[in-house]
Design a protein around this ligand. Structure first.
Ligand code: SRM
Ligand code: SF4
Length: 509
């Protein structure tokens, strides 16, 4: 492992070498007994994140928990446990669907953690290794296994990969000390509903000599300092080798990734240092077998879809129903309601999307009209406006101390204001992110909004820089900054102008 010498170690490398993050799992009862204020600061603010538990400087004493949902898949038993966990915290108990198809809960008290972990285990929920220098939730098509046009059902391989990386939720020291976070996406559909190009490791469907498999992309990432789309590795992997190949890349990154400067520790910097040919050759050595060169083209041919609405499944007589969850926000009652809907109308399964929405699969044709008449579908709509349906937003200032601005509330109020002024002929994907870390992925949006402070009339106010030109799916490309320092007060007018000029919108009388 290329570990910096102690003198040059950054703070995070030092804290990892002093004590593995996973070690705090055995100390949960003790933390619950002594309370958050008495805890060792490094355990509280950093190592707990190896269990998916985040100290929030904005709400001290009220922790956030990030769960894993491989391919975004969950079920009604898990939803009830999630609702149950936050119900006891009243208004402070809230939740968000994330831009990696998982769930975050808020309001958590340290004294409840042992009980929460027991409840999670009983329904197969895990939050292990969902933060810090670990592999994050693995994204997959939210309609895997049910989509008529899919090329490969990736659910089992994504679950197996997660199980191997975190030892089925036990926590796995083999992958608990990566140089930095690591994102993996596996696409089995033609529309790239996983944002392959912004992951450190991505698999996109491709036929090699008429055999189905995946072309591999590596090094995609966003950070405050640099954003890059993943680049082709010139490797094609058969489906049965995806899990082992991914583990080989993780071992390669773990043992060779740069660890001195944290802002240069993502996989792309190792690729920069080595060049892609050497990276490929070293990966082959770790993997222990000859890598196959990439297929000439991949099968990502469709425009991105949002899955909102009612769609027939490949299983005759069944449908999946995509519900719009405004900016991904849920409370305890919402979890219970989604669990009920999933059980009454489907099989109890519910899936999350990277657009922070939810899908109920397996709804029989005959049940569709009654489902659509459910009162909760007034809020979780199947046919929202062309702007509302595609809004994505990161956490923002309400809970994130990196944020330059509030995001989720503006995402709703500004889009409401814009939708009142224009008719937009087709969905325009607008993504909000509170700071350059880009958790809300403004660079993959039609219009991306990144929070900044703006000087107006001698005062600093909240505002955004505007990105445009991001495309996902076929010919994916990252968007670029086109306008700077637009205050929130003037934003709806600026967006109306852009929508009319660039997206064929017409102003309402
Ligand atoms: Fe993120 C840090 C929230 C997806 C890039 N991200 C954070 C922290 C943990 C910062 C903090 O401690 O406050 C945020 C927690 C705020 C909170 O209380 O919720 C945070 N990131 C999120 C989520 C919840 C945004 C959302 O509203 O959905 C997403 C959780 C995904 C998940 O389920 O695991 C989230 N973050 C992303 C993505 C998008 C993606 O993965 O597709 C990115 C860009 C892609 C990437 O990572 O390359 C992203 N987050 C970052 C970065 C910049 C990474 C870097 O290399 O510098 C940071 C800062 C860091 O890690 O030091 C960060
Ligand atoms: Fe926080 Fe910035 Fe990420 Fe938004 S983009 S969640 S403000 S770190």
């Amino acid at each position: 492992m290329t570990t910096a010498t102690p003198a040059t170690q950054n703070k995070f490398e030092r804290l990892k070498s002093e004590k593995d993050g996973l070690a705090v799992k055995a100390e949960l009862e003790e933390f619950a007994r002594i309370g958050w204020e008495a805890m060792d600061e490094t355990d509280r603010e950093h190592r707990l994140k190896w269990l998916g538990v985040f100290f929030r400087p904005v709400t001290p004493g009220r922790f956030m928990m990030r769960f894993r949902a491989p391919s975004g898949i969950t079920n009604s038993d898990q939803l009830r446990v999630l609702g149950d966990i936050i119900q006891r915290y009243g208004d402070e108990g809230t939740a968000d669907i994330t831009t990696r198809q998982s769930i975050q809960l808020r309001g958590i008290r340290i004294e409840d953690l042992p009980d929460i972990f027991r409840k999670m285990e009983a329904v197969g929920l895990t939050s292990m290794q969902s933060a810090m220098d670990n592999v994050r939730n693995i994204t997959g098509s939210p309609v895997a296994g049910i989509e008529a046009g899919e090329l490969y059902d990736t659910r089992a391989m994504i679950q197996e990969l997660q199980d191997r990386i975190i030892s089925k939720g036990e926590g796995n020291p083999e992958f608990s000390n990566l140089p930095r976070k690591f994102n993996i996406a596996i696409a089995g559909c033609r529309d790239n509903s996983v944002h392959a190009e912004i992951n450190d490791l991505a698999f996109v469907p491709a036929f090699k000599d008429d055999v189905f498999g995946f072309n591999v992309l590596v090094g995609g990432f966003f950070s405050g300092k640099r954003c890059d789309a993943a680049i082709p590795m010139d490797v094609w992997v058969a489906p049965e080798d995806v899990v082992e190949f991914s583990l080989s890349i993780l071992r390669l990154f773990r043992d060779n990734g740069l660890r001195v400067n944290r802002t240069k520790a993502r996989l792309m910097f190792l690729i920069d240092e080595w060049g892609i040919e050497k990276f490929r050759a070293e990966a082959q050595l770790v993997h222990g077998k000859t890598l196959i060169t990439a297929a000439a083209k991949d099968e990502i041919e469709w425009e991105k879809r949002d899955h909102i609405g009612v769609y027939p499944q490949k299983q005759a007589g069944l449908n999946y129903v995509g519900l719009h969850i405004p900016v991904g926000k849920l409370n305890a009652t919402d979890f219970f309601e989604l669990a009920r809907l999933a059980e009454v109308y489907g099989t109890g399964e519910l899936r999350f999307t990277v657009e922070q929405n939810a899908i109920i699969p397996h709804v029989a044709d005959a049940k569709i009209p009654t489902l659509l008449s459910e009162p909760s579908l007034q809020r979780f709509q199947v046919n929202p406006g062309n702007l509302t349906r595609t809004v994505v937003s990161c956490t923002g200032a309400q809970f994130c101390n990196f944020a330059m601005i509030e995001t989720k509330q503006y995402a709703v109020s500004v889009i409401d204001a814009v939708e009142a002024q224009v008719d937009v002929p087709k969905p325009v994907r607008i993504h909000w992110t509170g700071c350059p870390n880009s958790c809300g992925q403004p660079q993959v949006a039609d219009i991306g909004l990144m929070g900044v402070k703006v000087r107006k009339d001698g005062k600093m106010v909240e505002g955004v820089d505007i990105f445009m030109g991001g495309t996902v799916g076929k010919d994916a490309k990252l968007g670029e900054k086109v306008m700077k320092g637009i205050s929130i007060a003037e934003l709806d007018g600026v967006l109306v102008g852009l929508l009319v000029d660039k997206f064929g919108a017409t102003t309402k009388p």
